[in-house]
Design a protein around this ligand. Structure first.
Ligand SMILES: [Zn+2]
Ligand SMILES: [Zn+2]
Length: 272
């Protein structure tokens, strides 16, 4: 694999990255003299890593203990990257072993210092590098962000309440924000309308009346696809049911076979 073969938005293993850039297999900043590149790997899950605002990544430099320095490490390489002729490439690891290639990046503004705790909880100064992607950007996929969130949430559950409070104290009050893409299914409005009419205000799973009415007086129910569209389910009246919000959440959380069977039966019985 060569650097030129990398495709923005595609996923690569650590091995792929080492083969393409001829760089070290470790570290978030990898300088390769052989390919005259600097490879940055930012981990969305890592507590100390950068944050995104306005399509800029505020990347935190090297050094996990004590104040970060611009001497004797790759921080200086990145600091001078707009004039030292070294190409900087960015990968984002949304989960530990998968790295998404984001493309080449350059400094968007002058790097600056800010205060942050180090791994031992000591306040120190870090270098922050505002980076922007050169050329076409590939918005991150929503499901990647959701998976990363879920991984971090699962890890959070292993923390003691003290550790959890400590994390909360160190969490930026303004969260990262960035553009992302979402795969959208264009559901037929006719199927939805038909399904809601068929239910006539009664949840097709628990058979209770809709919990409230909308301002226009219509019963509030949600249309759910028994076999989900994302899994190849069809957008048909046979596959669509109207559910109260509780049952809808329950189907997405549990998706029990007994409930599915009941919905299929209810659907068949009402067929006109
Ligand atoms: Zn219900
Ligand atoms: Zn649903």
């Amino acid at each position: 694999m060569k650097i030129g073969d990398l495709i923005v938005g595609s996923k690569y293993t650590n091995n792929d990255i080492c083969n393409a850039f001829l760089c070290s297999p470790r570290g978030g900043m990898r300088r390769s003299k052989r390919t005259n590149t600097l490879v940055l790997i930012t981990n969305q899950k890592s507590f100390y890593d950068g944050r995104w605002f306005d399509n800029k990544l505020y990347y935190i430099g090297m050094g996990s203990k004590g104040s970060q320095s611009l001497k004797g490490n790759q921080n200086i390489t990145l600091y001078e990257s707009n004039k030292n002729g070294i190409d900087v490439h960015l990968f984002e690891a949304f989960r530990s072993k998968v790295n998404t290639y984001m493309g080449r990046v350059q400094l968007a503004d002058k790097p600056f210092q800010e205060k942050q705790d180090d791994v031992d909880g000591q306040l120190r100064k870090v270098w922050v590098f505002p980076l922007q992607i050169i050329g076409n950007t590939m918005p991150v996929r929503m499901d990647e962000l959701e998976k990363a969130f879920q991984d971090e949430f699962n890890e959070s559950k292993q923390l003691s309440i003290e550790e959890l409070k400590d994390r909360i104290n160190k969490t930026a009050k303004h969260p990262s924000s960035r553009e992302s893409t979402l795969r959208v299914f264009q559901k037929s409005p006719y199927i939805i309308d038909y399904t809601l009419r068929r239910a006539s205000g009664v949840c097709e799973l628990c058979n209770q009346k809709a919990p409230f009415n909308k301002p226009n007086g219509e019963h509030y129910l949600e249309v759910h696809h028994i076999h989900q569209l994302a899994d190849g389910g069809e957008d048909t009246t046979e596959n669509a049911v109207a559910l109260c919000p509780n049952c809808h959440r329950m189907m997405h959380s549990l998706n029990r076979k007994s409930d599915i069977d009941m919905l299929i039966l209810a659907n068949k019985a009402k067929k006109t």
